[in-house]
Design a protein around this ligand. Structure first.
Ligand SMILES: *[C@@H]1O[C@H](CO)[C@@H](O)[C@H](O)[C@H]1NC(C)=O
Ligand SMILES: *[C@@H]1O[C@H](CO)[C@@H](O)[C@H](O)[C@H]1NC(C)=O
Ligand SMILES: *[C@@H]1O[C@H](CO)[C@@H](O)[C@H](O)[C@H]1NC(C)=O
Ligand SMILES: *[C@@H]1O[C@H](CO)[C@@H](O)[C@H](O)[C@H]1NC(C)=O
Ligand SMILES: *[C@@H]1O[C@H](CO)[C@@H](O)[C@H](O)[C@H]1NC(C)=O
Length: 611
């Protein structure tokens, strides 16, 4: 079928345009609804929601879907919102999945158009002053988490039939009557409501007068919840204080907790367990007094977020997140933290930072700037105190190049094909080149290795651990790093851009051979990868040097040999003989270009060979 040229032209030009108009219209209605909300509900902390700036990338607390067509999450905890949310504001965001307005001062009724939003899964309104919630007949069936604890909601408990509901919380309100059978599977969701009765609480008395609150089953009458609410606004929140007490206790029980942690090491690396328990129990220099002084100094408890970051959580949220150890390296331990609203981030806890606060902050600014490149993991936030330095990064779901290259070698492994290796090599080179040229051309990485190359789902590589070397007292001396280190660094302990090039060269050889940078060659003799590759190549060139997984890609053998040569150039012994990172990028790009010309002829063959 062939179209008339004019029709093809119109299709080509108008179709994308139509899509564009459609997209803008969708987002625009969301934007108007949000502006309506911001205008109707006063707030103490200023929101930067400006009609002239892009909603998805610059508005605080807003997250959009991947193609930027609609708002899917609003997270505004503790920004001092007060007054009543009107209908036809948030209730119009029909793609909304997460609404978190907890720890504000919202009063009146929650309009019924919010719980009926069809995609809504997470609803966090705890610690407000709502007096009622208007549940519509058509409550969203997607709801998974509903938290209304610590409000002033009176009335009877609604009968909610929500099959996906995992967490429900109406604690510390003023609900009355009995709990409907649909909600009896949430026994602890109703504590602190003195006028509630019936299973699983005290049986309802047949006399119609409400039962007097019994202190044993309802430890905290509404008075207590009000005062707790008030403190959470004035100070840093009860959670912080609890965190401090827990931290203090952890210090006291440090020896015990170490034993505990050692025994549970296996479990520790699995999911579950709060970040707080992993971080505050391990600090060596923390004296109990330091925790006390932390309360007065609000600054101490701040996470510093970089501009343009759409995350909206505080230190308390982060410490409450469930955490999983991702790895322990020379710079410290890395955790994956899952925040309650479904956000996942990576938290790096630095050890042995040798610089002061000012210098640390300046370095963080550089790191953030170097991170504005698609092949560098962006730094989103950091936390600095005397005893604790935390960095917050995006979570990279597909893991590291190290795992991809060496993982499951014996069983059930998906081979890493040549195309992917080329893509990862080129992206990594571009990421490092950007670090070298950005910020005045003075930046180095200092710790390039396969476990510091992280991957997106599309196998686009991102370099991590950027700019941390200058913060540390000495170059990292973990055995896994040593094989990547340039010979001159081992002597002078000074990291340069040329020593980064050397490390990248080792990384290339590792990707081609699937061999570790340092190898035991039998009799306690350690051979480094560049030396091994050179010896194999010198003795008589064979395909032996390549990873067996690459042998099936015969048609690409020319590319592999060229790549090997680039790797060997990068690991030249004399720094002056090594190319710069920019030159390395160009050399890899050239392979692709010259090869794509030859490709067409060998395409058919390659199709047969490639699984
Ligand atoms: C918001 O936009 C107005 C113009 O509509 C501009 O004058 C103002 O400076 C902007 N405010 C901020 C904080 O960017
Ligand atoms: C909600 O709070 C605002 C200001 O704090 C007040 O003017 C209004 O009367 C309150 N509304 C209700 C229903 O309590
Ligand atoms: C909550 O609202 C009630 C009125 O509805 C008011 O009396 C009370 O002071 C408010 N509480 C807080 C903590 O703002
Ligand atoms: C709580 O509920 C009870 C019974 O329904 C009612 O008498 C009381 O006034 C309510 N208290 C508040 C603060 O709304
Ligand atoms: C509800 O919140 C209260 C207070 O934070 C807590 O004690 C209770 O365990 C929670 N219940 C559920 C089901 O999460």
């Amino acid at each position: 079928m062939k179209f008339h040229p004019l029709i093809s032209f119109l299709l080509l030009v108008l179709l994308p345009l139509y899509k564009f108009v459609h997209v803008v219209a969708d987002l625009n209605s969301d934007k108007q609804a949000l502006l309506g909300f911001a205008a109707a509900v006063p707030h103490v902390r200023k929101l930067n929601w400006n009609a002239t700036t892009p909603v998805c990338t610059s508005w605080v607390g807003i997250t959009c879907n991947a193609d930027g067509t609609s708002v899917i999450a609003i997270r505004l905890p503790g920004v001092g919102l007060y007054g009543t949310i009107p209908a036809n504001t948030i209730g119009k965001l029909d793609a909304l999945r997460v609404l978190s307005l907890r720890s504000n001062d919202i009063n009146g009724s929650l309009p019924s158009d919010i719980p009926s939003l069809p995609s809504l899964q997470f609803l966090f309104l705890q610690h407000n002053n709502l007096s009622s919630v208007l549940f519509p007949t058509a409550v969203s069936l997607s709801l998974k988490v509903v938290d209304f604890s610590y409000n002033s909601i009176s009335g009877t408990v609604p009968n909610l039939n929500l099959p996906r509901l995992k967490v429900l919380n109406f604690s510390y309100n003023n609900l009355s009557g009995s709990i409907p059978s649909s909600l009896k599977r949430f026994p602890s969701a109703f504590i602190g409501n003195p006028f509630l009765c019936g299973s699983p609480l005290e049986p309802c008395s047949t006399v119609s007068s409400p039962p007097s609150p019994s202190p044993s089953s309802f430890p905290s009458p509404p008075i207590a919840s009000q005062s707790q609410h008030a403190t959470s606004k004035n100070k840093l929140g009860t959670g912080t204080i609890v965190a401090i007490i827990v931290g203090g206790l952890a210090f006291v029980f440090l020896p015990l907790s170490i034993i505990f942690i050692c025994c549970l090491k296996k479990k520790d690396s699995g999911s579950g367990g709060m970040l707080k328990s992993k971080i505050s129990g391990v600090g060596k220099n923390e004296k109990p007094n330091d925790f006390g002084s932390g309360v007065q100094e609000a600054e101490k408890n701040k996470l510093f977020f970089f501009e343009g970051c759409s995350y909206n959580f505080d230190l308390e949220d982060l410490l409450k997140a469930s955490a999983e150890v991702l790895g322990k390296g020379g710079y410290g331990t890395t955790y994956k933290a899952a925040l309650e609203e479904g956000t996942q981030v990576v938290v790096k806890r630095l050890k042995e930072v040798a610089v002061g606060k000012k210098e640390f902050e300046q370095q963080m600014e550089l790191v953030e700037r170097a991170g504005r490149h698609p092949n560098v993991v962006p730094l989103r936030a950091y936390y600095y105190s005397k005893d604790e330095k935390l960095l917050v990064y995006n979570y990279m779901p597909a893991g590291s190049l190290f795992a991809l290259l060496h993982g499951n070698r014996n069983s059930g492994r998906t081979p890493l094909d040549w195309e992917s290796r080329m893509k990862i090599a080129l992206g990594t080179a571009r990421g490092i080149a950007n670090i070298h040229t950005e910020v005045g051309g003075k930046c180095t990485h200092g710790n390039i290795k396969s476990s510091n190359v992280l991957l997106t789902d599309e196998l686009e590589p991102c370099v991590s651990d950027v700019g941390l070397a200058p913060l540390m007292s000495a170059p990292v001396t973990m055995s896994r790093t040593v094989g990547y280190r340039a010979p001159e660094v081992i002597e002078t302990r000074k990291i340069t851009q040329k020593s980064d090039v050397y490390s990248f060269g080792v990384l290339l050889l590792e990707m081609l051979t699937a061999k570790a940078p340092l190898q035991q060659s039998g009799h306690d003799d350690v051979v480094d990868l560049p030396r091994w590759v050179r010896s194999v190549v010198r003795e008589e060139w064979t395909a032996e040097v390549f990873d067996v997984e690459l042998l099936r890609y015969q048609t690409f053998q020319e590319e592999m040999v060229q790549m090997l040569q680039i790797g060997l150039t990068c690991v030249a012994k004399a720094p002056d003989m090594r190319p710069t990172m920019d030159e390395t990028v160009r050399m890899i790009e050239d392979i692709r270009q010259s090869e794509s010309k030859n490709r067409t002829s060998s395409e058919a063959e390659s199709n047969i060979q490639t699984p």
